[in-house]
Design a binder for this molecule. Structure first.
Ligand code: SF4
Length: 710
């Protein structure tokens, strides 16, 4: 069969949580990636549309663009040199075992990623707790949407990013989009907002920058970074003052209103104007648009979530929905736009510090017994909850002496990154499984080259809670193994021969059993069903309401009859505004906020290696307002230094009137002198343990000529 006749393999993009459907067709060329992307218009979420990242994703499949064999650090030269798989796995197993024996099991850490498939996230959690016996496991998804997850749990009793399909967004009456730049982070999703407006709906965007997404808005609110909690409270205050609460809904379907109401009434509009910088008439206009519509939604993303008060901030937006009866009803509700490719599924199946598969709690004796039975171990041998991601990274070289890292690049993506890098360097032993030699992998004692999205089958769960199937379209290169093969090989060397299969479907079947009866119940989902139905929404138990096996339809819309709390009522959570962990002062008078750009993804380890993407956005920059630039004597394009209490970053200035004069913005995709996360503040939310990426105090300085040439 020649390439033109070869069947197209339906799969999904390796990058963000939209998980766009795409087809892969063999190129037939002996060189290059071996497949090319073709449209898959039948997949309902993106209907064939892809951004540049998805379209160019096969480039990294080409030999030469990726790691081709294991690397181990040579004791004599200190260099990473090629090794056989047996030698590399032996060395990893030896490093982990020896550390555990000498310093205790919790001296071994495991760090996962929100891009890992459900099968890998599940297997990694099991590997940590069963093969290593350590409690010290967490993952980079903690940096991504854990505040929304915590707020979901408090208010609704269940965390699923969107409790409705994305298509509902186009049919509601008004959307408040808080801290999301969809036009750059997931462009194919923008069309739901375009359709919303075509259908007569209204769009309010809350963002300190006038982004490409904010340009689409009927009303753009640009608060000072870190003040959107006050903004939500101010809007709720006006809702109450103007008599626009839905008393019937509040009485029938919620609890805790009086406390939340009292908290909101303490945030009167003029006070909120002073805190946020948003004029009272704009606040009133937002309330009018939101409440005049028959149905409305609030969607949040990293802006409100990546704060040391992220859980409360999301809670305040949820309170606004509940008070106006905009939750648990068709075309109304609150949702979180998850970021990473498997950000949703990755937080459900056990790589989180406090969690067992199926979104079960590690400190719940019933959950421990259920999962231990599936794993065929004594529940008493399962460790308890461990540390959150930043706390784990901060402990490296201290009581955590060895680390196995899979699918993450914290040297670029963690807050206070120079400190994290220093902690990683101080480890006794580091093993990294990755596709490329990322900045973190470059520090490892052993690097294990793993297969990519198009080379292995597995499931992901997109931002809607839709479980999807990525299919293997081609074989991995000879020197490369899958993550499941890596875990299986290591487990065998750690005397856990059984329980770590390499076949993804076998792992998924075990995951289904482990999740059965849990909040994120996948037990009724099979690979066949996903393929036939273009995804299945969880929860999907083994049996339907009539007790018939294998036919539960899944749950596209949650909470229509009851919320997932014990009494079925949503909970208002009383919250109050508080300042950011680090407010501007004389020494650091400007606010830094960070985020993503269209052509790059997360730490950039993959996208910086794709020529087209790199040409479009080749390096870091500092976005600042013309008034700030003029005051500091900085011209567009000149290098500028941004200094925080944690370090200094230098990048070219981009002078633009689309940002507040008191705020600068840096994308966080690059290592080196322009690394934005050198500056960011690791202050943690007390509930979600999410670091405050979105707000820190900095000063901005001209880079003098002598420094530029020196
Ligand atoms: Fe991939 Fe996200 Fe772009 Fe879709 S929007 S093609 S999932 S990166």
């Amino acid at each position: 069969m020649n390439a033109a006749d070869a069947p197209t393999v339906d799969t999904h993009c390796p990058y963000c949580a939209l998980q766009c459907g795409m087809g892969l067709r063999p190129t037939g060329a002996p060189e290059g990636p071996g497949v090319r992307v073709v449209e898959r218009t039948a997949f309902p979420v993106n209907r064939g549309a892809l951004c540049g990242k998805g379209r160019t994703a096969p480039e990294l499949l080409a030999p030469g663009a990726r790691l081709a064999s294991p690397l181990v650090r040579d004791a004599a030269t200190g260099e990473l040199v090629p090794a056989t798989w047996d030698a590399a796995l032996d060395r990893v197993a030896d490093g982990l075992r020896r550390t555990g024996a000498e310093h205790g099991r919790d001296a071994v850490g495991v760090f996962g990623g929100g891009g890992l498939t459900n099968e890998k996230a599940y297997a990694l959690g099991k590997f940590a707790r069963v093969a290593l016996g350590t409690s010290q496991i967490d993952y980079n998804g903690r940096f991504c949407m854990s505040s929304a997850a915590a707020a979901h749990g408090k208010a609704f009793g269940l965390d699923r990013g969107l409790p409705f399909p994305l298509a509902d967004v186009a049919r509601t009456g008004c959307v408040i989009l808080v801290g999301s730049n969809l036009a750059e982070t997931m462009p194919p999703a923008l069309r739901y907002l375009t359709e919303l407006k075509e259908n007569g709906g209204r769009l309010i965007v809350v963002d300190p920058r006038r982004t490409r997404t904010a340009e689409q808005a009927d009303l753009h609110l640009a608060p000072r970074p870190g003040t959107d909690l006050a903004l939500a409270l101010g809007l709720l205050h006006l809702v109450v003052a103007e008599g626009r609460t839905d008393e019937e809904f509040i009485a029938a379907r919620t609890g805790g209103w009086e406390e939340a109401r009292a908290a909101a009434m303490a945030h009167w509009p003029e006070m909120v104007e002073r805190i946020t910088g948003i004029a009272v008439p704009q606040l009133r206009e937002a309330v009018r648009l939101f409440c005049d519509a028959e149905s409305s939604m609030v969607l949040t993303a990293r802006g409100p979530e990546q704060q040391a008060k992220g859980t409360d901030t999301v809670g305040a937006w949820i309170n606004l929905c509940l008070a106006t009866g905009r939750a648990g009803r068709k075309l109304s509700g609150y949702g979180c736009l998850t970021g990473q490719g498997n950000g949703q599924g990755g937080r459900e199946h056990g790589q989180k510090a406090d969690q067992l598969p199926g979104y079960r709690k590690l400190d719940d004796p019933v959950a421990r017994r259920h999962v231990a039975e599936v794993w065929d171990v004594d529940p008493d041998t399962l460790p308890g909850p461990g540390r959150s991601a930043y706390e784990l990274l901060d402990a490296l070289g201290g009581d955590i002496r060895a680390l196995l890292l899979m699918g993450s690049n914290p040297v670029v993506s963690a807050p206070r990154a120079a400190h994290v890098e220093e902690r990683i360097r101080s480890l006794d032993f580091l093993a990294v499984a990755d596709v490329v030699l990322s900045e973190t992998a470059a520090l490892a004692d052993v690097v294990l080259p793993v297969a990519q999205w198009a080379e292995e089958t597995g499931t992901t769960t997109n931002l809607e809670g839709r479980v999807l199937l990525r299919r293997r379209a081609l074989d991995p290169p000879p020197g490369v193994r899958t993550d499941l093969e890596v875990l299986s090989g290591l487990a065998a060397r750690l005397d856990r021969e059984k329980g770590f299969p390499t076949d993804p479907e076998e792992v998924f079947d075990e995951l289904r059993r482990a999740s059965a009866g849990g909040p994120a119940d996948y037990s009724g989902i099979t690979y066949e069903r996903i393929a036939a139905e273009d995804g299945v929404f969880w929860p999907c138990p083994e049996t339907d309401a009539a007790g018939r096996p294998g036919v539960h339809p899944g749950t596209p819309r949650l909470f229509l009859d009851r919320f997932a709390t014990p009494d079925g009522r949503a909970r208002f959570v009383p919250v109050a505004h508080r300042p950011a962990a680090e407010e501007p002062d004389e020494a650091f008078p400007v606010v830094l906020t960070t985020g993503r750009v269209l052509a790059q993804y997360q730490s950039g380890a993959q996208t910086r290696r794709v020529a087209e993407l790199n040409a479009a956005e080749p390096g870091p920059f500092v976005q600042l307002h013309p008034r700030l630039a003029e005051r500091l004597g900085i011209a567009d394009g000149e290098p500028v230094a941004v200094v925080s209490r944690r370090g200094r970053a230098v990048a070219p200035a981009r002078v633009t009137g689309t940002i507040r004069p008191d705020t600068v913005f840096m994308p966080f995709h690059w290592p080196g002198p322009g690394r934005a996360n050198t500056l960011t503040n690791p202050a943690l939310d007390p509930t979600s343990r999410m670091p405050e990426f979105k707000v820190c105090a900095v000063r901005v300085e001209r880079v003098e000529q002598v420094e530029r040439v020196g």
